[in-house]
Design a protein around this ligand. Sequence first.
Ligand code: ZN
Length: 362
Amino acid sequence: MILMSAQGIKVLKNKVFDKSKWMQLPRDVVIGHDVLSQIPKVCEDLRLGSSVLIITGSKTGEVAGRKVASILEETCSCRIWSSTSISPEKIHEAEAAAAGADFIIGVGGGRVIDTAKIVSYNLDRQFISVPTAASHDGIASSRASVPIEGGSVSLEAHPPIALVADTGVIAQAPHRLLASGCADIISNYTAILDWELSHRIRGEEISEYAVALSRMTAELLVKNADLIKPHNEQSAWMVTKALVSSGVAMSIAGSSRPASGGEHKFSHALDRLAPGKGLHGEQCGIGSIITMYLHGGDWQGIRDSLRKIGAPVTPAEMGISDEIAVEALLSAKEIRPERFTILDMGLTKESAHELVRMLYQE
Ligand SMILES: [Zn+2]
């Protein structure tokens, strides 16, 4: 039976509405100049407790980890655990170190934040993300990537309860990291095209809100690509905000879908085939040029933006051979096969070669 409501909207009287959804978002997000000093206020605001384990890296520990510990000294009992790498063994070590701590702060690059995210999730403690570089959108998202033998796995954890991103610290990081973060955001364009394709072909559920936010984030960054400069706080500010916004799009979707499509699978395949060469965002950026071409979109536009920002646009610029890139394109569909992308549409070896050659065109 169809009724007309007061506003004239049709309401299906007998249709039971049974949808439900969880969205987990960070609660306090503090970005800007010299904001490390605001960490005690954030801890107090969130009533996180009085003992903390700071997970940091060796270099990032020197840059910011120790500073965070000294800032918190008066209000918290702090211990520091630092590591240069991430592995399942290291995560166990960090978990043992976190025993007795009320909460966790991750101060460092992508690996450190991922370690803190997994440890806090496994131990059911809150964590604050304090990135020292804006190199990928994991700084504010719920997903973490852990290297295992022969590649890496992406794990579902929870997003940080707070993010404190000091633009002064981020601007000091090597420009390559910031450019890689930009490339990760630019790859949202093709991640969304893959999601929409899967929605049309397979009926995969899609979130228009997540799509709109993810696309707008990429568009804003591309529009301002000229302003992305090395070692500049304004640039660090823009990119960090975009990475947070990308993380929020993932939180709204409840998955990494709005920021991870075929270009991310290509990057994961490269992690397996050429470990330690390209950075996550760099590889995704190049994957995005290719999948944008396959979608019939403006692939040159993606390439020009990446160039402007200082991110690589060919496998050679990452020290990866064209043969490996071809292999990565062909094997990408084996990674998370349930996530349908344009790379599942029957790409041949000849076409894959052509696509890689295309990257070198002027
Ligand atoms: Zn990414």
